[in-house]
Structures are given as C-alpha cells and as structure tokens.
Design a protein around this ligand. Structure first.
Ligand code: UN1
Length: 503
C-alpha cells in the first residue's frame, strides 16, 4: 500500500468533514513497522455534542424512511464493501496488522452482515395475536430508539462496526460512532462507504478520539439512549455505571477465556489445526481466542509435542506479506502486557514449551511481534488460565474425564465461546448442554461465528444481550404493543371478557 505522505483526516458530522474543535490530533501507526498511517482529530466533549445534535436532528427524518428503503442502502453498502474488499484488507493489514486472508475475512463478515441486516428492512417482524375481547386487534411492532452511541475495538475494525451499525440503521436509529484510536482510518473508510451508499447526512457521524474524552462523552450524553461497546470487562463495568444515571440501554461485549477441550477419542489432526487457528489466529487478539486447551491425559503428551512443532513453524511478519502466519500485536502496550503474562505463568510454575519472547530478528523489532507461546502443566486456577491475555499465548491443562474437562472449562468468570473435539456423540451433546458459554463448537476451534446467529456470551462476557442475528435487533429497538378496538364501544380488558361455561 503506497502511503504518499501522511494524510490528515477529520470527523464526519452532519455530512461534513470537520476538524476537532480543539484542533488537536493523534496518529495512527502501523503495528508491523511503526510507520504513520494518518493523523486524526483528537476530539472532545464539544465535538460529541455537535455529533449528537446532528444525529438527533437526522433521526426525525430517518425513522420515517420506510425500512425496506433503509435496507436497500445497506445492500448498496455491502456491494461497495465487496468492490473494495481487497483494498480494505490491504489497509487493515497495515493499520491493524492482521494477515491478509484474515483481513479479507473481517471485511467479508461486514459484507455478510450488511446483506443480512439489509434484508431485515423487509422483515423486522413483530407479532399479531388474538385478543381476549371481540372486535379488537393486537400486535407488537419494533420501534427505533434514537441516537445510538457505537464504540468499537481495533481487532475487527470493519466487521464489528458492521455488527453494531447495520442493525441500528435498518431499525431506524441514527449513529454517533467512535472507532478505536488504533484503527481510525478503517473507521473512516467504513463511514465514507456508508455515505457513498446513500446514508443521509447526520444519520451516521464519526468522532475520532480516546475513550476518556469521546467515549465517556457519548456514554454520559443524555441524548444518546443506547450505547453499544465491545471492550474489556473493566471498560464494560465503567460504561454500565456511567450510563446508569440516564437509564440507558447498554449492550456490552466483553472478554473471553475460551477453552478448547480435546478428548482421548478426538481426531488429533483436526484438533491441532483447530487449536493453532484459535490460539494464534489474529495473533490471539480475538475475544474468542482459545487461551486454554483442556486435554485428556491419554493424549496429552502427543498433543503437546505435535502442537509445539507446528507452532514453531509459524512465520511471524507483516500481515501484508503472503507467507506470514502471525502478524504483530496492535501496539507496544499490548506487547508488554502479553509478555508480562509469560513472566506470570513462569512464576506460577507452569512449564513454558515454546515462545514466551518478543521476536526481534529479521527486522521484526520495528514492530510489536510476539512468538506463539504455549504453557503446559497449567493448573486451572493460575492467572494464565483465568485472565484474558489477548495475545498468542495458550495454556495446556491436563484432565482425566469429560466431567473434569467441563468443570475446568466453566471455571472462569467469562463465558463467550467453547469447543470440544470428540468423536463420541454422547460427549458432544453433554458439552453442548453443559458448557456455560454463549457459543459452543463441536469439532471446530473457538472462533468462526457466522452473522445470522447470535454472538455474545454468558457471565462476565456481557450483560445478557447478543450481537448479530435476530437477537441484535433487540438491542436497537423497543417493543410497542398496539391494541385496536373496532367494537364501537368501551371494552375493558380482563373485565368485559366473554364468560365461558366451565368444562
Ligand atoms: C471478536 O473477537 O470480538 O468468531 C469477534 C469469530 C469472529 C468474530 C470475533 N467471527 O472469532
């Protein structure tokens, strides 16, 4: 990707590209080599106010645009994403760092979601029901809510904005969007394409800047009734508290401590591929990454040696180079955090099988590269088996039975995704019922969610909401129950009902 000079970008408010009111800026940098990607406005509460005002004004028109028309704009957006897929993937490999194939998958997820939610424009189903009274008609319909505050992470910089923005739009809401400060250019491209697809001025506004100023400003703004955020557990708790005074709808997608279970009857070839993909794909920077592998003792030794041999073959490098398996971590802070967990694991007495170091050969020291890291003999209570690391580190935990495997898998505060490799249908069904996560995979890794099913987790992974699928609409709509009486007289529910003879 040729970056001819460093470009300065703006916020997008009411259909206009504008600087932050403070005039301050920040840089987005390439995590593989430190190059500057672009300069972005460092916005403040004053900019949030302007964006919310624009979104509030636009809402009054947008909510009345027929939903099928709103959906058609999303179809056009999906088509534009499709046309731009390889350019966006290339940009993503430079700004976020993930390898090209995964970057293409990230964009594809947004294409799929936009087509799916575009189709909702002709559904948005409510219910019609009988009435307990004669000459009366009942139905429930979905209502838009107003301005939605969208705060997205850097790890899926095109997919996750689509998960939040497309259902909110098709339902008739307007948006104030804060992309992650590590991937602002992808956020900007997302909004540019939405605008090109025909989203009217003010319906989607983008404000760049940090969580402290912009994120907090959105979360506390009295005219933003809905907030959706993907981030850490700590951020989620803070958002929920800050939004409480205004009784906002808050949708949270927080961390994971996802486990792959490998039983003694598993197809080990498939299990090993599944573990490598789930633990080291996106350099482990997924909410759904497998940072625990719970292994039946009968196959524990064999799995260890084969996994290590495969992990050591993985090539680290910039995401845009075709033969790269593992790209950089997003920034220096993330690299330090991931490395600190290697120290924590060692201190706890886990056995480091491979990795555990910052990669510095062949020019990798210009970027934030960390070697795929595997710990063995991990106790379920150790910090490396309990806390979200968000890097290419996984912990092997030996167990003796399916009961113990499920108990260990469930013994964490998070509940996003889980997986089991087994050929035994009884064990598979036990796992489907008893693994306490929002997503469970049988004979596949912990990642691979598709857009038409609910995405989210139990326990501390969230607050009971789901993204994607029909479930996403629940976040962005209110139910309205409507009763139409055509009897021409007053009929009182629960009172004027017709008496029936008792059986
Ligand atoms: C995330 O890590 O926040 O199933 C999203 C998956 C992807 C989405 C992950 N489709 O891993």
């Amino acid at each position: 990707m040729a970056l001819l000079g460093t470009k300065t970008y703006k916020n997008f408010i009411a259909g206009e590209w504008v600087d932050a009111s403070s005039g301050e800026t920040f840089e987005s940098t390439n995590p593989a080599n430190g190059d500057t990607i672009g300069v972005f406005p460092k916005s403040s509460a004053a900019d949030v106010d302007r964006a919310v005002e624009a979104a509030k004004t636009a809402y009054e028109e947008w909510r009345l645009v027929p939903a099928p028309k709103r959906g058609e704009i999303l179809f056009r957006f999906a088509q534009l994403l499709q046309d731009q897929k390889s350019d966006l993937a290339d940009l993503m490999s430079h700004e976020m760092g993930k390898v090209l194939a995964e970057a293409g998958g990230d964009v594809q997820e947004a294409i799929d979601m936009s087509f799916y939610m575009g189709g909702e424009g002709r559904r948005l189903f409510g219910q019609t029901t009988p009435s307990e009274l004669r000459d009366k008609f009942n139905m429930s319909v979905r209502m838009p809510i107003g301005v939605v505050g969208v705060i997205t992470p850097w790890n899926f910089p095109i997919a996750i904005p689509s998960w939040k923005i497309t259902p909110a739009l098709v339902a008739g809401n307007t948006i104030v969007f804060k992309p992650a400060t590590d991937t602002p250019l992808l956020g900007e491209r997302f909004v540019e394409l939405l605008s090109e697809a025909g989203v009217p001025a003010g319906v989607v506004n983008v404000i760049h800047g940090g969580g402290g100023e912009v994120g907090d400003g959105i979360v506390r703004h009295p005219d933003v009734p809905v907030v959706t955020i993907t981030g850490s557990r700590e951020t989620g708790v803070a958002v929920l508290k800050a939004a409480a005074d205004n009784l906002k709808h808050v949708h949270l997608e927080l961390g994971g401590k996802n486990a792959v279970i490998v039983m003694d009857d598993a197809d080990l070839d498939v299990a090993i591929d599944g573990i490598l993909w789930s633990a080291f794909g996106t350099s482990g920077q997924r909410c759904t990454a497998a940072s625990r592998v719970i292994v039946h003792r009968a196959v524990y030794d064999e799995l260890q040696s084969r996994l290590v041999a495969q992990a050591e073959k993985m090539r680290l490098g910039p995401g845009w180079e075709e033969d790269t398996d593992v790209g950089p971590l997003i920034n220096r802070r993330a690299l330090d955090k991931v490395h600190s967990y290697t120290g924590i694991g060692r201190d706890e007495g886990a056995r480091l099988l491979t990795g555990g170091e910052i990669a510095s050969d062949n020019g990798l020291d210009d970027g934030n590269f960390y070697r795929p890291t595997i710990f063995a003999d991990v106790e379920p209570g150790m910090r490396i088996a309990q806390e979200e690391i968000f890097g290419p580190t996984t912990a092997l935990i030996p167990v003796d039975s399916i009961d113990q495997a499920i108990q260990v898998a469930n013994g964490v505060r998070y509940g996003l995704s889980s997986s089991i490799f087994t050929q035994d249908v009884n064990r598979a069904f036990r796992a489907m019922r008893d693994l306490d996560t929002g997503i469970t995979y049988i004979n596949a890794g912990t990642i691979g969610a598709e857009v038409h099913l609910p995405f989210g987790g139990t326990k501390d992974t969230g607050n009971g909401h789901r993204e994607a699928g029909q479930a996403a609409l629940d976040v962005f709509t209110e139910w309205k129950s409507i009763y139409v009486d055509y009897s021409g007289k007053l009929q009182r529910a629960q009172i004027d009902t017709i008496e029936h003879p008792s059986p």
